[in-house]
Design a protein around this ligand. Structure first.
Ligand SMILES: [Zn+2]
Length: 286
């Protein structure tokens, strides 16, 4: 980035620095939202991106959570600094098919709490969407901060109405109410909803191999039904998923055959179908 994000940031004259058509070269865009924090949204975003890459799609993962970027840790990229080519940010290659950019790459101390005014956050997000040399992508996955605040608003406005939302929730009722708000937010902006996924839904027990319901579950499915959006499944709590994330090996979750891996694959499949649809529209033979 050509200006320190923690500087005063009042003079965002970003226009001349944009990579022409950067967003136009991205076939499909999936914005990962959640009503509130603590539902494992970043883990879902990371596994979705890794899964898409493993399916052979050219994938980008953009983490715009300026307050608590967790993608570098989950993807095993903590401490990595992206290179610049002129004014363009070169995304970090996680593998041959997956390029990653996170706010965390640009923080001097990843643990610091960053407090930025809304316009500054908007400027940083704009830089991420227009100054990153993503190249040609089949799918860009954007991990947003929780809620319906400035950052998700900026992301959806800048990506436009063809960006679709993946809404992550947990089974509790209080989370479900927040998700209702997230769906209303997308509708207001004119963005479609790819679906709702219920994360942390039951516990995959290593002892007996089955999934135990530890909270009430099914709220995500009922909400999807009443809101008329697809329900993409329940992802159980699985120690292996957490361990993989701690070791920066998000892909383990989609490679395996556990209930969590199967659930992740279902979300990946929905995203693959969406990207395929976008590709047809782009080439005009829909
Ligand atoms: Zn058990």
């Amino acid at each position: 980035m050509n200006q320190s994000p923690s500087g005063d940031g009042a003079n965002e004259s970003l226009q001349p620095l944009e990579i022409p058509g950067a967003i136009a070269r991205i076939k499909s865009k999936i914005v990962v939202l959640s009503g509130k924090g603590g539902v494992g949204k970043s883990t879902v975003a990371a596994n979705l991106a890794a899964g898409l890459a493993l399916e052979g799609l050219r994938t980008g993962l953009l983490d715009v959570d300026v307050h608590g970027p967790s993608i570098p840790r989950i993807m095993g990229l903590a401490g990595v600094k992206p290179e610049m080519a002129g004014d363009a940010i070169l995304p970090v290659e996680w593998n041959w098919n997956l390029k990653v950019v996170s706010m965390g790459f640009f923080l001097a101390n990843p643990d610091e709490a960053v407090i930025w005014r809304g316009p500054v956050k908007g400027g940083v997000i704009k830089q991420f969407l227009t100054q990153v040399a993503w190249g040609d992508l089949d799918c860009l996955v954007v991990d947003c901060p929780p809620g319906t605040g400035d950052e998700p608003l900026s992301v959806l406005q800048m990506l436009g109405e063809d960006a679709t939302a993946l809404v992550v929730t947990s089974p509790q009722d209080v989370a479900i109410d927040d998700v209702r708000r997230s769906i209303g937010f997308c509708r207001e902006l004119g963005n479609p909803v790819l679906g709702i996924v219920e994360n942390l839904s039951g516990f995959h027990c290593p002892q007996c191999g089955t999934v135990h319901d530890i909270f009430k579950s099914g709220g995500g499915e009922r909400l999807a039904e009443s809101a008329g959006v697809p329900f993409l499944g329940r992802i159980p709590i699985d120690g292996e998923v957490g361990r993989a994330a701690d070791q920066g090996e998000a892909y383990l979750a989609v490679k395996g055959t556990s209930p969590a891996a199967s659930a992740f694959k279902r979300v990946v499949a929905a995203a693959v179908r969406h990207a395929a649809g976008r590709g047809r529209e782009a080439s005009g033979d829909a």
